[in-house]
Design a protein around this ligand. Structure first.
Ligand code: ADP
Ligand code: ADP
Length: 227
């Protein structure tokens, strides 16, 4: 589903990604870990073209990310992304946060977009909050809205960039529960996270990045041992 081949990236003279090669098959959940500043976030942002890279190739379901002919808004709709800081539209209601891209990017009719949004809000346990605005919700609730918003586009894969790192500890599990359910349903996922319990529970593989280099890439049983 996602093929990353010999990807290198520089910021000026600083090489942030060094010849990274890995892949995520359909239905796999790959967890990316490593020290702060090692390039984890940059790597997943390259997958949906939020960052450019100078060498190598990335394809998503056969579409080459670096190809200038690739329709980037469509690619970003098909590969949902969830950020550390939620990145909801603060001036839109929760419902409209879930409908706007369905209407503007996918061209869905308002009724269909609202129906889809309502189903997804129910699924993440937030039906009662549809008319509120993001800043009226807790961090954990906002992050569940962000996941629902990405799912509203019927993505073929989902990218998560430290989705629980900005949350108060008591809200971490409500977000991880949604992610575990998605994983068990067979969603293809790449997740940058320090939540090793999540990795043990659902990861197909754990990738360790150090100073821009993939230095380890194996199943969680091997990564953590079997104890
Ligand atoms: P991680 O997600 O592993 O914490 P990042 O991918 O965010 O790491 O960043 C990797 C490195 O690249 C860091 O040293 C960071 O400071 C640097 N970096 C990130 N974005 C930029 C940028 N726009 N310009 C220059 N350096 C950057
Ligand atoms: P994350 O790891 O969650 O992406 P960061 O705090 O590393 O967040 O980066 C936040 C923003 O700042 C990003 O847009 C990144 O590109 C930019 N950035 C990070 N490090 C640098 C840097 N050394 N120079 C310039 N921009 C940077």
């Amino acid at each position: 589903m996602i093929e990353i081949v010999n990807v290198s990236k520089w910021y000026g003279n600083f090489q942030v990604l060094k010849d990274c090669t890995t892949s995520v098959a359909k239905g796999e959940v790959v967890v990316i870990c490593g020290p702060s500043g090692s390039g984890k976030s940059t790597l997943i942002k390259c997958v949906n073209a939020l960052e450019e890279f100078q060498q190598g190739s990335i394809t998503v379901d056969g579409t080459s990310v670096g190809d200038p002919r690739t329709d980037l808004p469509e690619l970003r709709a098909r590969v949902g992304m969830v950020f550390q800081n939620f990145e909801l539209f603060p001036h839109l209601s929760i419902l409209d946060n879930l409908t706007i891209a369905q209407e503007k990017v996918l061209g869905r009719k308002r009724d269909a977009a609202v129906k889809k949004a309502e189903q997804l809000l129910e699924r993440v346990g937030l039906s009662a909050h549809a008319k509120k605005y993001p800043l009226q919700l807790s961090g954990g609730q906002q992050q569940r809205v962000a996941i629902a918003r990405a799912l509203a586009m019927d993505p073929i894969a989902m990218l998560f960039d430290e989705p629980t790192s900005a949350l108060d500890p008591e809200m971490v599990s409500e977000v991880l529960d949604v992610m575990v359910t998605l994983a068990r349903e067979g969603m293809t996922m790449m997740c940058v996270t320090h939540e090793m319990g999540f990795a043990r529970q659902v990861a197909s593989r754990v990738i360790f990045i150090d100073r821009g280099e993939i230095v380890d890439d194996r199943p969680p049983e091997q990564f953590f041992g079997n104890e």
